[in-house]
Write a protein that binds this ligand. Structure first.
Ligand code: TNX
Length: 516
């Protein structure tokens, strides 16, 4: 080992989110020489192979010479046949113990992977490119340099699969515009944490950020600014397609949200016929909520919903479209139900499944509709009832997963309506018991959300995401019986140095002894 040097591991392999099983083997570590072969016989594994080659300074090859050390990627037969990233079918719901094989077989599920590091090479097996991608993310976290500068991987066996099918992050690009390049940084961070859904909150009172062919005035009149008069912007159809492709290549599906029937001032500012007065409303760049609304009785409203949801569905390869539905003050329940029903019907007619904020649970829902829980002050009874009646619940409790909440009073960024959210608050909660009485099979997943009223730059955004995104990701990925705050605290400590190396701004929570 003298030429190679010694390994600087202090705490043992620090993988976040924690795998179903990580077993350290008694062997020597695997030393990666420059130019090492990454072998991927299957064409569908090529993208993952390239990512791995870039990570370790290796080269992709279809086959390897006998007796040379290699990193080998294999795709095994799978259950479904959808493309990774577009496939969020919930194949779990079963407890970890039932998914974890007793031997060393690949665990159940489309996103599962098995990783074996031995002194003579690395073997990665998965059923999908997404599963291979998760394995590479784990390898990146296992990779260390010795004191002599050699890259090494500890000898391990990792068997891993996610607890929940939907592991999301929602970003509000309406209050402050976020450029595609900055969103790509966020997508990379998501992949680093094995998240698989990017939910884009594309419209709100302040702005409409996506150009839709049927309604060109939306971005022309309503995307020029952000909250407080900060610079605005919008995504063209090409921008959006490029972002979606970037995300899909990393195993992440994009779920677009057009927020109706409230939070619609930007639409009312662009099209006067959506208001009873017939005139466009004024631009609004403040941060109040709940004041704007569509009107069911106006002839323009139904056509608008049909057109904008038809357009966004046609532009989106993934299976879901989010209709919003939150915070409409002062609308009669019947009118609210009519408007939600019209939007949902437009989404379904375009071949997509409907997602909406928790308020839609008070309306008649088609089975399978995804209800996104957020406001922990609300009575949970309607959400539990919706789940019992066939809806699926996506959990974004504000006091745990709203990553725009301040870390502590006096923190310069963020809001406080759901409280202060330190790292441990984001970590220490259990999805299965959050809504007592909710049937287990109704629980689809967990999603973090970051609203941008006070966040103006990529640095602001990543400072709110990190380290809390790592905590929410572990809640969403790791089996309940594998989660432990003290254990998480020691593992997450190693990520700070990686965020520093990537040049990312982050919040050094005093709850962790960071290794920097
Ligand atoms: C609530 S979450 C909202 C957003 C705000 C956010 C700020 C939700 C469905 N509505 O409009 O931006 O709080 O934390």
């Amino acid at each position: 080992m003298s030429l190679v040097g010694s390994v600087r591991h202090v705490t043992g392999p620090a993988v976040v989110p924690r795998p179903l099983r990580l077993q350290q083997l008694p062997d020597e570590p695997f030393v990666l020489l420059p130019g090492i072969a990454v072998v991927a016989p299957d064409a569908a594994a090529r993208h993952a192979a390239q990512r791995l080659a870039a990570l370790v300074g290796g080269s992709v090859q279809a086959a390897a010479a006998p007796d040379t050390p290699v990193l080998r990627l294999r795709l095994l037969g799978r259950d479904g046949d959808d493309l990774a990233g577009d496939d969020l079918a919930d194949d779990d719901g079963q407890p970890a113990a039932e998914r974890l094989p007793t031997g060393d077989e690949l665990p159940v599920g489309d996103e599962a992977y098995r990783l074996r590091v031995r002194p003579d090479g690395v073997e990665v097996d998965a059923r999908t490119p997404a599963g291979l991608g998760h394995a590479i993310t784990t390898l990146a976290q296992l990779l260390t340099r010795t004191t002599a500068g050699a890259q090494v991987l500890p000898a391990v066996l990792v068997l891993d699969a996610p607890r929940f099918a939907w592991r999301g992050l929602s970003i509000d690009v309406a209050r402050h515009f976020v450029r595609v390049g900055d969103l790509e940084v966020v997508v990379d961070l998501m992949a680093d944490h094995k998240l698989n859904v990017l939910h884009l909150h594309l419209t709100d009172d302040q702005a409409w950020r996506i150009d839709l062919p049927s309604r060109p005035e939306l971005v022309r009149r309503s995307s020029g600014a952000s909250v407080g008069g900060d610079p605005g912007g919008h995504y063209t159809a090409e921008d959006y397609a490029r972002l979606v492709a970037y995300a899909v290549a990393r195993g992440i599906a994009v779920v677009p949200e057009l927020d109706v029937p409230g939070h619609v001032n930007a639409a009312l500012h662009a099209y006067g016929d959506l208001s009873p007065s017939g005139r466009p409303t004024d631009e609004y760049l403040g941060i109040e909520v709940g004041f704007s609304r569509l009107t069911a009785a106006l002839p323009a409203t139904g056509a608008f919903l049909h057109d904008v949801f038809g357009d966004i569905a046609a532009m989106t390869p993934g299976p879901y479209v989010h209709i919003g539905g939150d915070e409409v003050q002062g609308m009669a329940p019947d009118e609210y139900a009519t408007l939600v029903g019209t939007a949902a019907a437009a989404v379904r007619a375009a071949g997509k499944q409907v997602v909406g904020w928790q308020e839609i649970a008070t309306t008649p829902l088609e089975p399978g509709t995804v209800v996104q829980y957020w406001d922990v002050h609300a009575d949970p009874a309607p959400f539990v009832a919706a789940g019992a009646a066939g809806a699926r619940l996506l959990l974004s409790p504000g006091d745990r997963t709203y990553l725009d909440m301040k870390y502590h009073p006096g923190y310069p960024l963020g809001l406080e309506w759901a409280g202060h959210v330190e790292l441990r608050d984001s970590y220490d909660w259990e999805p299965a018991t959050l809504l007592p009485g909710l049937p287990a099979e109704a629980l689809l997943g967990v999603e973090a959300a970051v609203w941008t009223e006070t966040l103006r730059t990529l640095d602001d955004l990543t400072t709110m995401l990190l380290p809390r995104l790592a905590a929410v990701a572990e809640v969403a990925w790791s089996a309940a019986d594998r989660r432990d705050w003290e254990d998480f605290r020691t593992r997450v400590a190693a990520l700070g140095a990686r965020w520093d190396a990537a040049g990312l701004s982050w919040y050094p929570s005093p709850q962790v002894d960071w290794q920097r």
